[in-house]
Design a protein around this ligand. Sequence first.
Ligand SMILES: Nc1ncnc2c1ncn2[C@@H]1O[C@H](COP(=O)(O)OP(=O)(O)OP(=O)(O)O)[C@@H](O)[C@H]1O
Ligand SMILES: [Mg+2]
Length: 121
Amino acid sequence: MKLVTAIVRPERLSDVLEALFRAQVTGLSISRVQGHGGELEAVETYRGTTVKMELVEKVRLEIGVSEPFVDVTVAAIVGAARTGEVGDGKIFVLPVERVVRIRTGETDADAVTPIAPARVP
Ligand SMILES: Nc1ncnc2c1ncn2[C@@H]1O[C@H](COP(=O)(O)OP(=O)(O)OP(=O)(O)O)[C@@H](O)[C@H]1O
Ligand SMILES: [Mg+2]
């Protein structure tokens, strides 16, 4: 399994979610974060030049996926989040040692595979 952590523009979130849904990637967590891309803006101070870090609002998605879904997940995010301007964000793919679905005790790939909703009789 992998944990795909993506930082994207908030205004691209709904398109990213739609692209992930189309790719059948539906288990995810989202949080609002403040970030910085690494650029340094120089500002003057009376003792000389210093730097400041402007923080910008971003959205972080965390998506646990089994191996066959890693590439489609990354491609869906890139396709939907990219504007071509600086600040589009980043995607980190991290190894995951273990996943447990608490309700069933299923582990690893089984635990990140969606379960069909129970049939209504
Ligand atoms: N190395 C990093 N580690 C953790 N988070 C990062 C890192 N780089 C960027 N981010 C997060 O991603 C957000 C967007 O980064 P950004 O797209 O500006 O990256 P960049 O490398 O400067 O690319 P670009 O040149 O397209 O601006 C940042 O505000 C921050 O939240
Ligand atoms: Mg940047």
